[in-house]
Design a protein around this ligand. Sequence first.
Ligand code: SF4
Ligand code: SF4
Length: 90
Amino acid sequence: MRFHSPFEGPWADPEAGLFSVRSGDWRQQRPVANGARCCRCGLCFLYCPTGCISDRVTHFEAELEFCKGCGLCVYICPAAAIAMRAEEGC
Ligand code: SF4
Ligand code: SF4
């Protein structure tokens, strides 16, 4: 089964305006996925406040153009498959 969302990143047609804010510009740290640890539970997909996590079939991963670096996916992941790394220059 694959997870699908109308907000799956990139969220929407930038021409439409709504949901097209590039919130990745706000980020001071980024989530780095370890695909080998991911059990594909989908919790990060469900909890991500920007809805930017996508199902990559083998694992889940954030679309960094929209990820604002809140770290909630790291907190919610039961498999410790995501770690936050500081953005360079922040
Ligand atoms: S850090 Fe926050 S915004 Fe980025 S993918 Fe994780 S939950 Fe979503
Ligand atoms: S919460 Fe963790 S284990 Fe579950 S799909 Fe996301 S990265 Fe994979």
